[in-house]
Design a binder for this molecule. Sequence first.
Ligand code: HEC
Length: 147
Amino acid sequence: MFKQLLLWTFGTFILLQAIQIDIPEPPKTIDPDKEIQAPKEIMSMLKTSCYDCHSYQTKMPWYGNISPVSLEVKSHIKEGRLAANFQEWGNYDDTKKQKIYKGITKTINFRMPMPMYLTMHEEAKLTQKERNQIKDWAKGHIKKEEY
Ligand code: HEC
């Protein structure tokens, strides 16, 4: 009985591996001039806490290719890059940049970096002070509405 259960579980796991999603391939050449420009401290926080999902420099974890976890991981990378790719910054128009700066001020306290991601990435955790620093930096780029 137990053996059978084990076999079933194992079989299901193997079958699950057939279900995968693909992240679009990054372009062959990535123009370094298109990357967002920010003070060194901010840049380093973005790189350690955001770049896995918001740039082409994704460090894929070992479980990143194991279904069904991979479905979750890869969709975050895909959606994250769509929402904001800091290496595509130079290609964004003003509207998109403003949207992202505003989005950062709104999400930096709770939603970003994604809490689930932080449970697996100790190094990406930000202190409250660091979150405030990022928030202030983004705020500084938000244009006041013109009347
Ligand atoms: C584990 C992947 C992951 C990490 C790490 C991550 N993000 Fe995100 N981010 C996403 C996904 C997925 C979305 C799109 C879905 C959503 O809005 O929740 C997103 C959306 C956003 C948005 C748009 C949200 C809005 O409502 O306008 C901003 C801004 C953002 N992230 C900033 C950041 C910043 C800044 C960091 C680092 C401090 C960060 N993210 C780290 C996955 C991630």
